[in-house]
Write a protein of this length. Structure first.
Length: 364
């Protein structure tokens, strides 16, 4: 089965082709960084307009790259939520129209399920069950994953998402948008111990909170500035101290989630999942506490079309084969509302669950 995946939930246009036999065959990504940078954050209307401009040429480019004709496609998967409503509607309308015209199903995909399954695109994909740490710009979630579509949220951020905290602190440090990667780069040059920032809710269950940490960083920046000490070196030390506090907190939560669920594997995804320090610290914790840690490559941690194409391939058998007009666009949508794809309902073992995507494809 050949699935075209379309991601437009926020500020990245992602298009990819996933073949259930050959894997990922082509992909393209357009980031809107330059458009939103002057505003210091994503401007939803500008995001929608850019998705409109980019989507059709990108789809044409991806098909040409793989020497695939539209008629060869078996399904078109699109991000149906959560995300910015206008941006979601652009991707949904495009995907549904294309699918309708080709007489194939349009498959609505949950963006966070896409992130959660991104590691499956790597060679030697991890088997179910596992705990997933999903840390993006909009969400910080710890999910107990029993199988495909069998998700229980065991921990979540009570306020800012981890990526949002990175972005806000980056702004306080006058770093360019998008803040997360810029802050991580600055932190590489700093001393993580010079500023001892709080580890919010550490040792207190699985929920997370990052807004108090952000306030502590703001107060430190103001104090250093008032004292005339906010040099580049001090800014780097503050960035390193903040990053260390987030990493330390996330590692503590992951360790506890593994302990409480009894799972033996942790999958990390979402934009913050590409953070080098976080990956190194989780590797150390895994070695020390005896659990396996797996990540998709950094380009599959941040938003992309491949994860949507893959999740769509897993779910294609559950949508009616007859193309139907209409789109699904849900700005807010909990992962827990998802159910296993119909064909997966008999999948009880990790290996059986992983075969589901492929066998579904063969039956199509
Ligand atoms: O998953 P993602 O690409 O988009 C959403 O679904 O939100 O995540 C984007 C978030 C942003 O907040 C960005 O600043 C953060 O991930 N991010 C990072 C890094 N790369 C991206 N945060 C920390 N370190 C990084 N290396
Ligand atoms: Zn995302």
């Amino acid at each position: 089965m050949l699935v075209l995946g379309i991601e437009t939930s926020c500020d990245e246009t992602g298009v990819a082709l996933y073949d259930t036999r050959r894997g990922l065959v082509a992909e393209a990504l357009a980031t809107q960084t330059a458009i939103h940078a002057p505003f210091g954050g994503v401007v939803p209307e500008l995001a929608s307009r850019d998705h409109i401009a980019k989507l059709a040429p990108m789809v044409r480019h991806v098909l040409a790259q793989a020497a695939i004709e539209p008629k060869d496609l078996d399904a078109v998967a699109y991000t149906a939520g959560p995300g910015l409503i206008g941006a979601l509607m652009v991707g949904g309308a495009f995907a549904a129209s294309l699918a309708y015209g080709l007489g194939i199903p349009a498959v609505p995909v949950h963006h966070m399920e896409g992130h959660l399954l991104a590691a499956m695109l790597e060679p030697n994909p991890p088997a179910f069950p596992f705990v997933a740490l999903l840390v993006s710009g909009g969400h910080s979630l710890l999910v107990d994953v029993a199988g495909l579509g069998r998700y229980r949220i065991v921990g979540a951020s009570l306020d800012d998402a981890a990526g949002e905290a990175f972005d806000k602190v980056a702004r306080l440090l006058a770093l360019p948008y998008p803040g997360g990667p810029a802050l991580a780069a600055l932190a590489e040059r700093g001393d993580p111990e010079r500023f001892a920032f709080p580890r919010p809710l550490k040792g207190q269950g699985l929920d997370m909170s990052f807004s108090g940490l952000k306030t502590a960083v703001r107060l430190a920046i103001e104090a250093e500035r008032d004292a005339g000490r906010l040099t580049d070196e001090v800014r780097a030390d503050i960035a390193a101290g903040f990053q260390a506090a987030v990493v330390d907190t996330l590692v503590d939560k992951c360790r506890l989630a593994i302990e409480r669920t009894g799972r033996e594997r942790l999958i990390v995804a979402g934009g913050v999942g590409s953070n080098r320090r976080l990956r190194a610290a989780l590797d150390d914790a895994g070695r020390e506490h005896g659990f396996e840690v797996r990540y998709p490559r950094p380009a599959l941690c941040t938003d992309n079309g491949a994860m949507i194409a893959y999740a769509g391939a897993c779910r294609a058998a559950s949508v009616p084969a007859e193309p139907a007009p209409g789109i699904i666009a849900r700005p807010r949508w909990s992962l827990e509302e998802l159910e296993p794809p119909e064909i997966a309902s008999t999948a009880r073992t990790p290996s059986a669950a992983r075969r589901v995507g492929r066998s579904a494809a063969r039956e199509h």
